[in-house]
Design a protein around this ligand. Structure first.
Ligand SMILES: NC(=O)c1ccc[n+]([C@@H]2O[C@H](COP(=O)([O-])OP(=O)(O)OC[C@H]3O[C@@H](n4cnc5c(N)ncnc54)[C@H](OP(=O)(O)O)[C@@H]3O)[C@@H](O)[C@H]2O)c1
Length: 306
C-alpha cells in the first residue's frame, strides 16, 4: 500500500511517501481500505518526538479514518463491504495510508448519507469534545463556559455541543475567524491578539482549554469560585491550578463504538456541522502537517485517500 511515514523523528522533512506492506486482520480486527483520514495536532508532535519516542520505524501517523472493510478477523462484528469509521485504540496510529488493520470494537458503521470525509472529520474532534464537555466538565444548562481556540477542530465541535446543552459560550479566536466561530454559535468572541482574554471575560463556571502554554495557566483566572477547567493541550496531566478554589481536569479520551455512534447522531441531527475542511491528497500530507504545526488553521485538515 501507499503510505506517508517517517524513519526517524524530526521536522516535516522526515516524512516520506512510499510503499509499505499491507496489514492483515488479527483476532477481533478488521482491515479497511481507507477513504479519508484527518491530520491532528498530535501527529506532528509524535513526528517531532515530543511524546515518548515511537516504538518502531517506519512509523505512520494518523489516528482516525473512514473506509470500507476488506477483511474480517475472528470475532470482529463487521462484514466485508461495510462502511466504517472511527478513532484507533489508544497506542495505535497509522491512517496516513491506504489500508489499516484495527479493533472492530472501536469502530462504528458509517451512516450511508454521510461522506467518508465528513464523518471522519468529526470523529476524533467529536470524541474529544464529548468526553471533555459532557463527561469531564459535566457542563449544564445556563452555565457560562470559555472555550479557548474556537476556530480549531475540537473547540469548534465543543462550541456547538455546549450551545446544544444550553450553556452561554465565550470563545477566543483571531479576528479573521470571528464570523466562522459566530456561525458555530458562540455568544461572545474575544480577539485574543488584541486584548488579554483575562480582562475580557470573568465569572465562568467552566473553561475548555485547547491552546496550551500560558493560555492554559491564565485560564484559571476567569473562573468563578468552584469553577472547573479541562485541558487537552497542556500535556498528559492538567496544569497545577494557580488558586485553590477551582478544579483542574485532564479528560481521559478513551475509544469506544458508542462514542462514534453519538458523533454520527449529533451530525445527522444537525446539532453539529462538518467543520470547514481543507483537503489534501495522501502524498501532500507533509503540507497539511506544516499547516497544523503553525497552529492557525480553521476547522480540519483532511486527507482524501480514495
Ligand atoms: N485526546 C486529546 O487529548 C486531544 C485530542 C485532540 C486534540 N488534542 C490537542 O488539542 C489541541 C487542539 O487541537 P485541534 O485539532 O482542535 O485544534 P488546532 O487545529 O490545533 O487549533 C488551532 C486553532 O488554535 C487557535 N489558536 C492558536 N493559538 C491560540 C491562542 N493563543 N488563543 C486562542 N486560540 C488560539 C487558532 O485560531 P486562530 O487562527 O483564530 O488564532 C486555530 O484555529 C492540540 O494541541 C491537540 O494536540 C488533544
Amino acid at each position: 500500500m501507499k503510505a506517508v511515514y517517517f524513519d526517524e523523528h524530526g521536522g516535516s522533512e522526515v516524512l516520506k511517501y512510499g510503499d509499505l506492506p499491507d496489514p492483515t486482520a488479527g483476532d477481533g480486527e478488521i482491515v479497511a481500505d481507507i477513504h479519508a483520514a484527518s491530520i491532528n495536532g498530535a501527529d506532528w508532535k509524535v513526528r517531532q518526538g515530543s511524546y515518548a519516542p515511537v516504538a518502531f520505524f517506519p512509523y505512520v501517523c494518523g489516528r482516525d479514518f473512514s473506509g470500507v472493510v476488506t477483511e474480517v478477523g475472528a470475532g470482529a462484528d463487521f462484514e466485508v463491504g461495510d462502511e466504517v469509521f472511527g478513532v484507533l485504540p489508544v497506542g495505535q496510529e497509522g491512517t496516513y495510508c491506504e489500508k489499516v488493520a484495527t479493533k472492530a470494537a472501536v469502530l462504528a458503521k458509517k451512516p450511508a448519507e454521510l461522506a467518508h470525509i465528513d464523518i471522519d472529520a468529526v470523529s476524533l474532534i467529536g470524541l474529544t469534545a464529548i468526553i471533555s464537555i459532557e463527561e469531564t466538565l459535566k457542563l449544564k444548562t445556563g452555565e457560562k463556559i470559555l472555550i479557548q481556540g474556537g476556530a480549531g477542530g475540537v473547540a469548534g465541535f465543543a462550541i456547538q455541543l455546549a450551545k446544544h446543552i444550553g450553556a452561554y459560550v465565550v470563545t477566543t479566536a483571531s479576528e479573521h475567524n470571528h464570523e466562522y466561530v459566530r456561525g458555530l454559535g458562540a455568544d461572545e468572541i474575544i480577539d485574543y491578539n488584541a486584548v488579554d482574554f483575562t480582562r475580557a471575560v470573568s465569572d465562568c463556571d467552566a473553561v475548555f482549554e485547547t491552546v496550551g502554554g500560558d493560555t492554559g495557566i491564565k485560564s484559571f483566572n476567569i473562573l468563578k469560585p468552584g469553577g472547573r477547567a479541562a485541558f487537552i493541550a497542556s500535556g498528559m496531566k492538567s496544569p497545577e491550578p494557580t488558586r485553590d478554589d477551582v478544579q483542574s481536569l485532564r479528560p481521559v479520551v478513551g475509544r469506544d463504538r458508542h462514542y462514534m455512534e453519538r458523533v454520527a447522531d449529533l451530525l445527522k441531527q444537525g446539532v453539529v456541522t462538518v467543520p470547514q475542511l481543507q483537503i489534501f491528497d495522501l502524498k501532500n500530507a507533509v503540507e497539511a502537517q506544516k499547516i497544523s504545526e503553525s497552529r492557525h488553521l480553521r476547522g480540519k485538515l483532511m486527507l482524501q485517500i480514495r
